[in-house]
Write a protein that binds this ligand. Structure first.
Ligand code: OOG
Ligand code: MG
Length: 261
């Protein structure tokens, strides 16, 4: 097992790389014994550095829930990351590309959790605990060189490539929506770049939420009431460039937009 001091040092290294907008080499190059458990310890230590600096945890993101994303990144299974208040960009707001390393954007669905969820929950229990759903855009960034061909422990240690996220201005009730069959689109400067059905997200975005709760439980954690959960991208991510206007649309929900500057 990797010593706590090594975990701490790796978390600090990724934290510093992010703040300095500096690419770094994959952690598993110097630490081939960094397994998934150790990677989640690095992630948690990294989040502790952020909360110590004044950030607040506001939720979680699932990643690699779609086959398209797993193929794009050449990785095999879903992962999660932690969201903080500092990562949130208001709907219609701006994102400074130069503030990141090599940011990308992808279309997502987000849930608002009204009641704590813990352990093994059914799809119905998970959905009943949500009081709102909305269209979202996730802005990813990787601290690793080239943003590709890393291993699962590398991406997990790097908080699953989290950078920023944008939620549509309005949460809606999921009543009357077939969440597993909503059409989703992402356009850049008015041109449709990505589209998919929401069933691309783990077959059903609610199942992605169920899976998050299970992954948290395996680490002795619960999904707290009040959390925001990004269920995972439905399509591959697109590179972001200054000047672009990105719009995410999900059938039956308010659209979400961000301007890259
Ligand atoms: C990992 C994070 C993937 C998603 O929604 O699939 C993710 C990555 O692609 O770097 O956020
Ligand atoms: Mg994502």
């Amino acid at each position: 097992m990797l010593a706590d001091s090594v975990i701490q040092q790796l978390a600090q290294h990724l934290h510093d790389s992010r703040l300095a907008r500096r690419e770094t080499t994959r952690l598993t190059e110097a630490h081939p014994d960094l397994d998934l458990d150790a990677a989640y310890r690095v992630m948690r230590a990294g989040i502790a550095l952020r909360t110590a600096a004044g950030e607040t945890v506001v939720g979680y993101k699932m990643g690699l829930t779609s086959k398209a994303k797993r193929e794009q990144m050449n990785l095999a299974s879903p992962v999660y990351g932690v969201l903080t208040d500092r990562m949130r960009v208001p709907d219609g707001g701006t994102f400074r590309v130069a503030g990141g390393i090599h940011p990308k954007v992808e279309p997502e669905i987000a849930f608002h959790i009204a009641r704590e969820l813990e352990g093994h929950v059914s799809r119905e229990e998970a959905l009943a605990a949500c009081d709102g759903v909305c269209a979202a855009l996730e802005i990813l960034d990787s601290r690793f060189a080239g943003f590709k061909y890393f291993s699962l422990p590398d991406v997990v240690a790097d908080n699953s490539s989290s950078s920023h996220f944008v939620l549509a201005g309005e949460w809606r009730s999921s009543k009357g929506l077939d969440l597993a069959a909503l059409s989703m689109r992402m356009s850049v400067d008015g041109v449709m770049k990505q589209s998919a059905s929401s069933n691309a997200i783990s077959g059903d975005p609610v199942l992605s939420l169920v899976q998050l709760v299970e992954m948290l439980a395996a680490q002795g954690e619960v999904l707290p009431a009040g959390s925001i959960v990004l269920a995972g991208a439905a399509t591959v991510a697109e590179q972001l460039a200054p000047g672009q206007e990105v719009v995410g649309e999900v059938e039956g929900l308010a659209s979400v937009r961000v301007r890259a500057v």
